[in-house]
Design a protein around this ligand. Structure first.
Ligand SMILES: *[C@@H]1O[C@H](CO)[C@@H](O)[C@H](O)[C@H]1NC(C)=O
Ligand SMILES: *[C@@H]1O[C@H](CO)[C@@H](O)[C@H](O)[C@H]1NC(C)=O
Ligand SMILES: *[C@@H]1O[C@H](CO)[C@@H](O)[C@H](O)[C@H]1NC(C)=O
Length: 438
């Protein structure tokens, strides 16, 4: 805990000093890529980033959940003070350009700072599972360049568009003050940054399993990606699989017939120790109603599987574990299969258990999950298969969640419409937890 606090303080401190240095110099080189840190809250299992917003002389630090499927950026503005903040008025061009807008007027019980004739946009709150109408605003966002190795200069992004939650109903439900959406939309966090700096329309996430000894990465604009102590640029060794567009949004609050702006991939089969897990193939494709297929989500902590996939995966894994003399013990909810961790000794890639491979569309593209990603410690000497039963009729058959995505580089290339994937960084004795201070 102490080390994490020192690290965050250090990081903030270094950002501030870069910021002063940068405001002193008149002309900075165009950034090649933008970097933001990722921290993991080990109580809520959520990943969040930190950025600065507002008048660059006195910016406000905002912690915001990373929502890969989120269409926009929003945060709590109840105590946000910035002389450069501008609210959008109803019917303005800005308001018309924003998706999902509506006019907000103040009723008889005005909330703080509420004003009539304001442009409101809808923001979906995952934790509270509802939609709020929030004031559309814009302000200067402060971001940092990177050479793929360390954090560089600070840059101002004027007129960054976000919406402002002005009531407690709009808050995330976590300790964070907001949410940074990374979906395939114009208003998403990476889209706005890429378009302002004219960077490639791609971003990469490296989710840490813990941020106590180093922070995870968001790179906007492309590689190189250096993961010390590995000397090689990891952007050169990613394998790619197509991103699939679901023709129908899976979010219940989007209107019917709207295509999804979340990220889907095509999992073709699942293997345990090289043996195919048998279940109905039709679950893996997306039908005309948008049902089925595989989505990537940073909001769910563990991968959620449709029941028949889940049951078969658990059954086959238990069988394979037994062949490897891994002792099964009583299950710990919500997990369906748990084991004595003393019978699965720790390795560089986590507990020594059978590998689970997600076979993806593309030439020999697979995502290999080793013990660190397939198992979770449930209590002393007990590790469990870290997957959740999603019931018999979920909208999406497989929702790949945070625990399974940790310590991989995931590069979303929106121009090529591909997902670039590294091997587990643990194989190379590195991870997504780094210090990128120069
Ligand atoms: C908004 O308009 C309503 C109706 O015209 C009025 O009663 C209210 O005082 C106005 N609120 C503000 C904050 O101006
Ligand atoms: C994690 O989230 C919990 C619940 O919102 C909060 O109380 C706690 O302070 C957070 N921890 C960190 C390290 O941010
Ligand atoms: C992995 O790195 C750690 C220190 O970072 C080192 O102690 C360990 O020997 C390395 N293991 C392998 C297999 O290279």
């Amino acid at each position: 805990m102490a080390s994490s606090q020192t690290l965050s303080t250090l990081f903030i401190f270094s950002l501030l000093s870069f910021s002063y240095a940068a405001s002193g110099s008149s002309k900075l080189p165009k950034p090649k890529a933008i970097y933001l840190p990722i921290r993991k809250n080990e109580t809520t299992f959520q990943y969040y980033t930190t950025f600065e917003s507002g008048n660059p002389q006195v910016p406000t630090m905002i912690d915001a959940l990373i929502d890969l499927g989120g269409p926009s950026v929003w945060f709590d503005c109840t105590s946000y003070v910035s002389s450069s903040y501008k609210r959008a008025t109803c019917g303005s061009n800005r308001c018309k350009k924003a998706d999902w807008s509506a006019c907000i007027d103040c009723d008889s019980s005005p909330i703080p700072r509420c004003s009539n004739n304001t442009c409101g946009i809808f923001a979906f709150n995952h934790f509270r599972q509802y939609l709020t109408l929030q004031e559309l605003g814009e302000d200067t966002m402060i971001v940092y360049s990177t050479n793929g190795q360390s954090v560089g200069f600070s840059y101002d992004v004027p007129k960054f568009q976000f919406s402002c939650s002005l009531t407690v109903e709009g808050l995330t439900g976590d300790h964070t003050q907001g949410l940074a959406g990374f979906a395939r939309t114009k208003m998403s966090f990476p889209s706005q940054i890429s378009s302002y700096f004219k960077l490639a329309k791609k971003f990469a996430l490296c989710l840490p399993s813990s941020s106590q000894n180093g922070l995870g990465d968001i790179f906007i604009g492309g590689g190189p990606y250096y993961m010390l102590p590995r000397p090689e640029d990891q952007s050169l060794s990613l394998v790619t699989t197509p991103l699939v567009v679901n023709p129908i949004a899976t979010n219940p609050f989007f209107s019917e017939g709207e295509p999804s702006n979340e990220y889907f991939i095509n999992v073709k089969q699942i293997e345990i120790s090289g043996k195919r897990v048998a279940f109905s193939q039709s679950l893996l494709s997306i039908d005309k109603n948008g049902v089925g297929g595989t989505k990537i989500s940073t909001m769910v902590p563990y991968t959620i599987l449709q029941s028949s996939i889940y049951n078969r995966l658990v059954k086959d894994f238990v069988k394979e574990a037994a062949l490897n003399n891994i002792k099964r013990v009583k299950s710990v909810a919500p997990f369906g299969a748990c084991f004595d961790s003393k019978t699965a000794p720790n390795t560089i890639t986590g507990p020594a258990v059978p590998n689970i491979d997600l076979v993806l569309e593309g030439n020999t593209v697979r995502m290999r999950l080793y013990g660190a990603n397939s198992m979770v410690k449930a209590k002393k000497n007990v590790i469990c298969l870290a997957f959740i039963d999603g019931g018999t009729v979920p909208t999406t058959s497989i929702v790949l969640g945070g625990h399974q995505l940790e310590n991989y580089i995931l590069e979303f290339d929106l121009t090529a419409s591909t997902l670039g994937l590294s091997s587990s960084l643990l194989v190379w004795n590195t991870s997504c937890s780094h210090s990128r201070l120069s």
